[in-house]
Design a protein around this ligand. Structure first.
Ligand code: SF4
Length: 225
């Protein structure tokens, strides 16, 4: 992924879950070129979102109610990447808005991230029937994820669960070994977590979620210092 450290700025309107104003910070360049760059990023984002909404490149396109593109700021410091939309996401067109989403949002609130400084998306943009992750569909869908990452340019990617981790870094160790610590150098940094739904499955995994989230919080704080 060719992702630079520049922050994208734009005044984002409600668009596929993107809402609110996004701060402009493109280093020390003048305001005018930055504004032009922001507009082109935003225009490209809108084009990409429309393309995903209309996509029928894999069979999941026939089963979905709607594609689920993104929610968050257009210049997120931290990007949370899940695996696929569930029933609520398919109905509302936004990622992580069901039970797992509530756990994720409460975790994000505990990290103290402002609404503009994080984003949430999935590897698969359409809900797989029976919520069974479809590896072939994920391969077909992958270029959308890459283009989203190029436009959003997060400082840190936080994968949620095994499939998201594997999609972002196929060479990563199994999620229970990798979660809770930064996994590699470079930009963006990768910090895996278990899936927030794991916290619903067992007390042990709920504790693991909380423990790793706290580790992420400390790590982010250290990086900001
Ligand atoms: S899952 Fe991805 S590739 Fe398949 S139809 Fe949806 S957007 Fe297109």
């Amino acid at each position: 992924m060719a992702l630079g450290g520049e922050r994208i700025g734009a005044r984002a309107e409600k668009m596929n879950g993107v809402s609110g104003s996004v701060s402009v910070d493109r280093g020390r360049r003048s305001t005018r070129p930055a504004r032009r760059a922001d507009l082109s990023v935003r225009a490209e984002w809108e084009r990409l979102s429309a393309e995903i909404q209309a996509c029928r490149k894999c069979p999941l396109g026939d089963f979905r109610t709607q594609a689920v593109v993104y929610r968050g700021g257009l210049a997120p410091r931290v990007l949370f990447v899940g695996e696929a939309p569930g029933a609520e996401e398919d109905r509302l067109g936004l990622p992580f808005v069901g039970r797992s989403g509530r756990i994720l949002d409460s975790g994000i609130a505990s990290l103290g991230l402002s609404p503009k400084s994080f984003g949430v998306l999935n590897v698969l943009k359409c809900r797989p029937p029976g919520n069974r992750f479809d590896v072939r569909a994920a391969r077909t869908c992958r270029p959308y994820l890459d283009r989203q990452l190029e436009l959003l340019r997060p400082e840190v990617i936080v994968t949620l669960g095994a499939r998201a981790l594997c999609a972002v870094d196929p060479s990563a160790p199994p999620v229970l070994r990798a979660a809770g610590r930064p996994l590699r150098d470079g930009i963006p940094r990768l910090f895996p977590l278990v899936h927030p739904a794991a916290a619903l499955r067992s007390r042990r995994l709920a504790k693991r979620w909380e423990h790793d989230l706290a580790a992420l919080g400390r790590w982010l704080k250290k990086r900001s210092a």
